[in-house]
Ligand binder design. Structure first.
Ligand code: ZN
Ligand code: ZN
Length: 145
């Protein structure tokens, strides 16, 4: 597996390297991600320490809720980052922005009850409803405080 992975927006005005070992992606089907990404948001988890920006002059943030903001390129419109605002150090980085090695699998899907019926992802992995997803998030945030 590569030591670092290159990431960028469509136009290249936002470019970065990810240093963490990427083993899997997760998919979010929530309505907010659908509006933001044009469909399910497929992301890779990371922390502040994993990300090194090479270029970020057009990186713009939108506060999508009281607890999270979303980063995008204001020149080409690429949806790039979902980041928690509070002390929890968590990023989800758009898999489409990354040059990922072969063999990456989907670990889980969340908010599956908001997924439209016209698509479904293959594979045998957990598919969490909104209720199950919120319980998982609550448990992980409490674990850190
Ligand atoms: Zn761009
Ligand atoms: Zn979502």
């Amino acid at each position: 597996m590569a030591d670092s992975v290159h990431g960028q927006c469509l136009c290249g005005s936002v470019a970065f390297e990810l240093s963490n070992k990427i083993q899997h992606v997760d998919a979010c089907h929530c309505k907010m991600c659908q509006h933001w990404a044009g469909g399910a948001f497929i992301g890779v988890s990371a922390t502040d320490a994993d990300i090194t920006f090479k270029a970020d002059s057009t990186l713009t943030w939108y506060n999508s809720s009281a607890w999270a903001r979303r980063g995008f390129c204001s020149k080409c419109g690429s949806s790039l980052f979902y980041k928690l605002i509070n002390k929890t150090d968590y990023w989800a980085i758009s898999s489409g922005a990354l040059t990922l090695p072969e063999g990456i699998e989907m670990e889980k899907e969340i908010f599956v009850d908001e997924k439209p019926g016209y698509y479904a992802f293959a594979g045998d992995h957990p598919r969490l409803t909104r209720e199950e997803t919120m319980a998982m998030i609550k448990a992980s945030v409490e674990g850190q405080s």
